[in-house]
Design a protein around this ligand. Structure first.
Ligand code: NI
Length: 175
C-alpha cells in the first residue's frame, strides 16, 4: 500500500465528473487499498478516488473512528436508488477542503446499489451519519464539494482562505 496526495480546493481536477469502473481487477483493488491508507493517515472517514486525482467512481469509507475496530467499506459505481424526503443536518468537513466546516442538510436516509471490493453487487441501506457520508462522497464523483451548498459569499470566503493557505505553504521552506 502507498500513500497518495490528497488534492485540495481550489483544484480543477476536483470538479471533474468521474467515470464508471468497467472491471474490478487487481489495479482497482490496489487503488482502493491506497485510498484507504491515505484516508486513515489524513485522518478522515471517507475518500473518493477523484480526491487523489483518479476520476473513477470509487469511494472508501470507515465510520468506526477506532484504530482497533476498523470497518472499511468500499463502493464502486454507487447509485442512489432511493432517498428520504426528510433531511438531517450534520456539520461536514472534507479532506479536500482542509479545516473548513459547515452545517449541510441532506436526505436522512438513502439506499445505494454498488459493487464491493470484489466486484459483487450489493445494496447499502443507510441512515444518519452513514447516509450523510455516502451522499457527500457521491457528490465528489460529480465534481461537487459541500461548500457548493453554501451561499456565494460564504463559499468565496472559504476558497479565498484556502488559496491563501496554499500560497503560504508554497512560500514556506521546511529544511
Ligand atoms: Ni469530501
Amino acid at each position: 500500500m502507498a500513500l497518495r496526495e490528497i488534492l485540495t480546493e481550489p483544484n480543477k481536477i476536483l470538479r471533474e465528473k468521474s467515470v464508471n469502473v468497467d472491471i474490478v481487477n487487481k489495479d482497482i483493488q490496489i487503488l482502493m487499498d491506497d485510498m484507504l491508507e491515505t484516508m486513515y493517515a489524513a485522518p478522515g472517514i471517507g475518500l473518493a478516488a477523484i480526491q487523489v486525482g483518479v476520476p473513477k467512481r470509487i469511494i472508501v469509507m470507515d465510520l468506526s473512528r477506532d484504530e482497533k475496530e476498523r470497518a472499511p467499506m468500499f463502493f464502486i459505481n454507487p447509485k442512489i436508488t432511493w432517498k428520504a424526503d426528510e433531511d438531517s443536518t450534520y456539520e461536514e468537513g472534507c479532506l479536500s477542503v482542509p479545516n473548513q466546516f459547515a452545517k449541510i442538510d441532506r436526505p436522512k436516509n438513502c439506499n445505494v446499489n454498488y459493487l464491493d471490493y470484489f466486484g459483487e453487487p450489493k445494496t447499502l441501506v443507510a441512515e444518519g451519519l452513514l447516509a450523510t457520508c455516502i451522499q457527500h462522497e457521491m457528490d465528489h464523483l460529480e465534481g461537487i464539494l459541500f461548500i457548493d451548498y453554501l451561499s456565494k459569499l460564504k463559499k468565496s470566503m472559504i476558497i479565498k482562505k484556502l488559496s491563501k493557505n496554499k500560497k503560504e505553504n508554497v512560500d514556506r521552506i521546511v529544511v
